[in-house]
Design a binder for this molecule. Structure first.
Ligand code: DX5
Ligand code: ZN
Length: 219
């Protein structure tokens, strides 16, 4: 049966103009999105540094969009609360960090927001299977985390499909979000494989017409 649910589009501000963030956020809002994806990098877990809670806090005053915060940091247990207090609605941390995952998921959820776990391309679904009943979202990376503008790894499609199967068979209340190298062609492949939410950065913000680029992702 064909799914009738509308895909969630979460533009990544990593490729936006940081000197004019509120205008870029207004643009995506007017183009019809409900989420914005905020990539947080610490220069340890990934070889790049981006934004911290102060940026999230400033942006929170400018928009009602759902803040999807992707923590690519080595110590999420130390910093997640600051992002929550700054206005995050969902906090996703990486399965590859050494932290007590069950406890962190529980702590985030009991603070009143949603919790997700992200898996890098080399991490298999079996590594997070026991956590699925407790997660609000799984973020499947389709590039190596660290930078925008990379090419989508087509060989991640079976991973999306197998997650879809496990989640559906067990009736888990967990969304599948896909992140990295998504354009309008890749968007429909991901949705067909079972994605509920799509992150897209450079395809939107490097486009001649960013509004049209956002709209083209609603497949
Ligand atoms: C990569 C980030 C992604 C990235 C997506 O580490 O997690 O969210 O910004 O950007 P594009 O769509 O350009 O691959
Ligand atoms: Zn991301």
């Amino acid at each position: 049966m064909k799914k009738m649910k509308k895909v969630i589009i979460a533009p990544s501000i990593l490729s936006a103009n940081f000197a004019a963030l509120k205008y870029d956020v207004k643009m995506i809002e007017e183009a019809g999105v409900e989420w914005v994806h905020i990539d947080v990098m610490d220069g340890h877990f990934v070889p790049n540094i981006t934004v911290g809670p102060v940026v999230v806090k400033s942006l929170r005053k400018e928009t009602k969009l759902f803040f999807d915060v992707h923590l690519m940091i080595a110590n999420p247990e130390k910093y997640w609360r600051e992002f929550k207090e700054a206005g995050a609605d969902l906090i996703t941390f990486h399965n590859e960090v050494s932290v007590e995952k069950n406890k962190l998921v529980e702590d985030i959820k009991s603070s009143g927001i949603k919790a997700g776990i992200s898996i890098k391309p080399e991490t298999s679904v079996s590594e997070i299977e026991t956590l699925l009943p407790y997660l609000d979202l799984v973020l499947v990376m389709t590039v190596e985390p660290g930078f925008g503008g990379q090419s989508f790894m087509e060989n991640m499609i079976p991973k999306i499909k197998s997650l879809r199967k496990i989640i559906d068979e067990n009736n888990y209340d967990c969304l599948i979000e896909v992140d990295g190298g998504i354009d309008s062609r890749v968007a429909s492949i991901c949705v067909d494989a079972g994605a509920d939410a799509l992150v897209s950065g450079s395809y939107i913000f490097a486009a001649k017409n960013p509004t049209e680029a956002v709209k083209s992702l609603f497949v």
